[in-house]
Design a protein around this ligand. Structure first.
Ligand code: PMT
Length: 401
């Protein structure tokens, strides 16, 4: 089967002696039916010419950030949006350093900084550069950001030295990209449901009870699942966040609406309940705005516990039910109690007394408690919510497979 047919690959060529191998890459990708757009960095043009790249890819070569921005059809965002995957080959020490520091001073780095696609790096550099501590730290950082590495290999270098730093051969790079698309299509059989954000429980038409949830953790989880090929539904309370177009997005306001939509969108293989659902709603919501001088009595009643209902419902229960626990004290005991009481397979606990993680932060630090492993716990140390989500989804895949 041809796994690359019609796949859209954005190839970024940086300035290194192995840039000549990128021409072979383009030729082979084209032969397998892939579409290729190419960005050349300034130094790449010292090694390969735009003319040879255009001839092989049969596409315009992109190289200048500023002339590009004048074009309405294909700006740096559109280039990333167009692609199914981004491949940097060769990825030089300089480009790796720029990516790890978030610098965006040319088209290649700007496109990658603005991209939410999977980015593969095929590093190529002298062995001492590869082994330098700063490169090692940059690579660790990029791996944590979700970049994938292909190579480098050990061998004789153009500079006469021997060691690790050679760019992988085009066949190996193509095989890795093919593997990626194969695993994506394998995972397409999996359905995932994520709840996210806060709920609003109305008192009257303009006032409501809510909480501090921004939805960031849940949206990142949905993004990671979708990136790995899952058919993903995200049911979210009100947030200011953008949703990727591949995700089936359902916006709700109240816990009752979230409950209804959750039932409607099951069964699934995995459900992750990251929403901060309000525990209470107002018994009698006023249809007109309450006046200041009116007597205000907020009679509250308990909302349905969506997670608890689903995890105890035979025909709706996904194979893997994952709850979150937002705790301010005694994280371990409270989370383990929720794991049992709510009949989850895993509980992901975050300490929301720490203001720099949890609610509304871009970062989180979580502990996963696994029921099937005798409540064994696993800590995912402080990192971006996007990275935490990628790590959680890797574990979900291990479990489902
Ligand atoms: O949205 P962010 O700003 O990114 O913040 C992320 C987060 C802190 C909200 C998230 O990481 C998190 O911890 N979400 C769960 C918050 C919460 O309500 O925890 P809880 O301990 O009260 O609830 C336990 C579990 O039951 C959760 O999975 C919750 O979704 C679920 N639940 C709770 C009440 C209810 N009525 N229905 C539910 O499904």
């Amino acid at each position: 089967m041809n796994n690359l047919l019609n796949k859209k690959i954005l190839l970024i060529i940086c300035g290194g002696i192995s840039a000549y191998k990128s021409l072979e890459l383009i030729r082979s990708f084209k032969k397998k039916g892939a579409q290729i757009k190419t960005i050349l960095t300034n130094s790449a043009k010292q090694f390969v010419t735009p003319l040879s790249v255009t001839s092989l890819s049969q596409e315009k070569v992109y190289d200048d950030l500023f002339s590009l921005e004048n074009e309405s059809k294909m700006d740096h965002i559109s280039l990333s949006r167009w692609s199914d995957v981004i491949l940097v080959a060769p990825a030089t020490a300089n480009t790796i350093a720029k990516l790890s520091s978030g610098s965006s001073d040319d088209l290649a780095s700007t496109v990658m900084l603005a991209s939410d696609k999977n980015i593969f790096l095929a590093p190529a550099m002298n062995v001492r550069m590869w082994e330098h501590r700063s490169t090692k730290e940059n690579i660790t950082k990029l791996k944590n950001y979700g970049f994938s590495l292909i190579g480098p290999e050990v061998g004789d270098m153009a500079c006469g030295e021997f060691g690790e730093g050679k760019m992988s051969e085009p066949e190996k790079i193509i095989e890795k990209i093919e593997d990626y698309f194969v695993s994506l299509s394998k995972n397409k059989k999996f359905k995932a449901l994520v709840t996210a954000g806060p709920t609003r429980e109305y008192i009257d038409p303009v006032r409501f009870i809510t909480n501090k949830s921004s939805g960031k953790q849940g949206y990142e989880l949905a993004k990671s699942l979708s990136k790995k090929g899952f058919q993903t539904t995200l049911i979210s309370g009100p947030t200011n966040l953008e949703v990727e177009k591949n995700i089936n997005f359902i916006e709700v306001e109240t816990a009752d609406q979230m409950f209804k939509e959750t039932q409607k969108n099951l069964p699934a293989d995995v459900a992750i309940f990251s929403a901060a659902v309000a525990d209470f709603k107002v018994q009698k919501q006023q249809t007109e705005k309450i006046k200041k001088e009116d007597y205000l009595n907020l009679g509250l009643e308990k909302n349905i516990d969506i997670l608890n209902y689903i995890s105890n419902h035979n025909s709706l229960r996904p194979k893997l039910v994952i709850g979150f626990a937002a705790e301010t004290i005694d994280l371990e005991n409270n989370s383990k109690k929720k794991l049992i009481d709510k009949n989850c397979d895993w509980i992901i606990a975050n300490d929301v007394s720490n203001k720099s993680i949890g609610f509304n932060s871009d970062f989180n630090e979580v502990t996963i408690f696994y029921k099937n492993k005798n409540m064994k716990e696993e800590k995912l140390s402080l990192k971006r919510k996007s990275e935490i989500s990628d790590e959680i989804v890797d574990r979900v895949l291990d479990q489902l497979n």
